[in-house]
Design a protein around this ligand. Structure first.
Ligand code: FE2
Length: 288
């Protein structure tokens, strides 16, 4: 198996030692990725749920091509964030203004969420790439939803299996309101129903599918009971033992699996210091 040996000689996958994630060492993002290395990266992605791939800042085209190692890169909803003619790459500016405000999406991103869950087929993964970061703060946190599901008592797991929940672009349960949508964007984002427990289509493992910004109610339960159950599940997911936090360096790219992770950002960095990222989303399946 000389190819496999070369892959392991050339790139190294180093687990974070935390609740999830691994760091990829020795990978050159500026060169085309050969088949064996792509396969090794995708295996590591499924095994660790998140990969940190350091390197120099990338152009939007390089970002799209790097992202494509992990799946089909899809156009993103909010037109105003798109980079030039590339509908697949968003420029996310979350610089804090002197009044403490920032872009709406950045404020919302402080709450635990899974990207795109208000879509019928949410993105399977997200790639985020740091172009400029503040001098301190702004860590991104990830929550292992396989582990949250596995921590539930057997009886609760049985109760949740088969339950379905409504995900909405906005819900009164979210602390902050989302970015306004154009008429075209509203037409593209009706409420959707997803299972509360989903089975990963590639690993076969079950995880809890939550999103504190979008999850409105559980189908078939009175609102009060739905709220109580969702609050209980959210409290469990907030326990630090399920989390890994990444402190960004300029040039870092992170790819993570939205099917089994939630994430959030600390909006705790100094005002006026630019925080600029490129983002891509990878085509996913309907949660089941
Ligand atoms: Fe996000």
């Amino acid at each position: 198996m000389p190819d496999t040996a070369m892959v392991t000689d050339r790139i190294r996958i180093v687990p974070t030692g935390g609740a999830l994630g691994a760091r990829v060492e020795g990978f050159d993002r500026t060169r085309p990725c050969d088949e064996a290395t792509c396969a090794a990266l995708n295996r590591a992605f499924l095994e660790h749920q998140l990969l940190i791939v350091p390197g120099a800042p990338m152009t939007a085209v390089q970002m799209r091509d790097f992202s494509a190692i992990f799946g089909e890169v899809v156009p993103q909803l909010l037109r105003y964030k798109r980079v030039g003619e590339l509908p697949e790459v968003s420029r996310m500016e979350s610089t804090l203004k002197p009044d403490g405000g920032t872009d709406k999406t950045a404020i919302r991103a402080e709450c635990w969420h899974s990207d795109d869950s208000y879509m019928e087929r949410p993105a399977k993964g997200t790639v985020l790439h740091a172009l400029e970061i503040p001098s301190r703060g702004g860590m991104t946190w990830f929550c292992n939803m396989y582990a949250v599901y596995e921590a539930l008592p057997e009886a609760t797991r049985r109760q949740l299996d088969g339950m379905k929940a409504v995900h909405a672009y906005d819900t009164p349960r979210a602390l902050n309101r989302p970015s306004p949508r154009t008429a075209e964007e509203i037409a593209e984002t009706p409420d959707v129903v997803h299972p509360l427990v989903r089975t990963h289509p590639q690993t076969g493992r079950k995880s809890l599918y939550l999103n504190f910004n979008r999850l409105d109610r559980i189908l078939g339960l009175p609102r009060a009971d739905s709220d109580a159950l969702l609050n209980e599940l959210q409290a469990l997911a907030e326990l630090p033992r399920f989390h890994f936090g990444h402190r960004w360096a300029v040039g870092d790219a992170i790819v993570w699996d939205n099917r089994c992770l939630m994430h959030r950002v600390d909006v705790d960095y100094p005002a006026g210091e630019p925080r600029i990222m490129l983002r891509t989303l990878l085509r996913g399946d309907r949660p089941a």
